[in-house]
Design a protein. Structure first.
Length: 147
């Protein structure tokens, strides 16, 4: 039994009118642990852009400890060292009341690679059972997300 250190992970991603929604969903599924993709329910909302263009908003909320920890370990195993160092140095800015905010490159995720980015990303909001920064950093270190 996995000890519950992560309360939930919310993942969200946009598919713009110029993008193939199936490819965007593939990028989303590529960051999940391969044996758990069927257990993660992807919710879809259709929005309108500034010029009336359709935008699809996908989101999922994961609360099962075996999936949340496996997802974070997968990110930790695949995130390049320079991104782990960047995450470590920006940790205080990415953390708010026990929630860690990470943005992964959607294009890289489609190619089954992981890297941090700020432009049109896959958003992850990771809510921990604790709000103490040192405890959260330790959990992230144990999962391989920090150097």
């Amino acid at each position: 039994m996995v000890r519950k250190r992560v309360a939930s992970i919310e993942i969200s991603i946009f598919a713009h009118a110029t993008e193939d929604p199936e490819k965007v969903k593939r990028a989303f599924h590529n960051i999940l642990p391969p044996n758990k993709t069927e257990e993660v329910i992807l919710h879809k909302s259709v929005l309108k852009g500034e010029y009336g263009n359709p935008i699809i908003y996908y989101r999922a909320r994961i609360t099962k400890p075996e999936i949340t920890e496996a997802l974070l370990r997968r990110i930790g195993d695949n995130l390049p060292l320079h991104d782990k160092k960047a995450l470590n140095s920006e940790f205080g800015r990415r953390l708010d009341r026990g929630k860690l905010y990470i943005r992964l490159d959607k294009q890289a995720a489609y190619m089954e690679r992981y890297r941090l980015c700020n432009t049109d990303p896959i958003h992850l909001k990771i809510r921990f059972k604790t709000s103490k920064i040192n405890e959260i950093k330790q959990i992230c270190r144990e999962l391989g997300m920090l150097p």
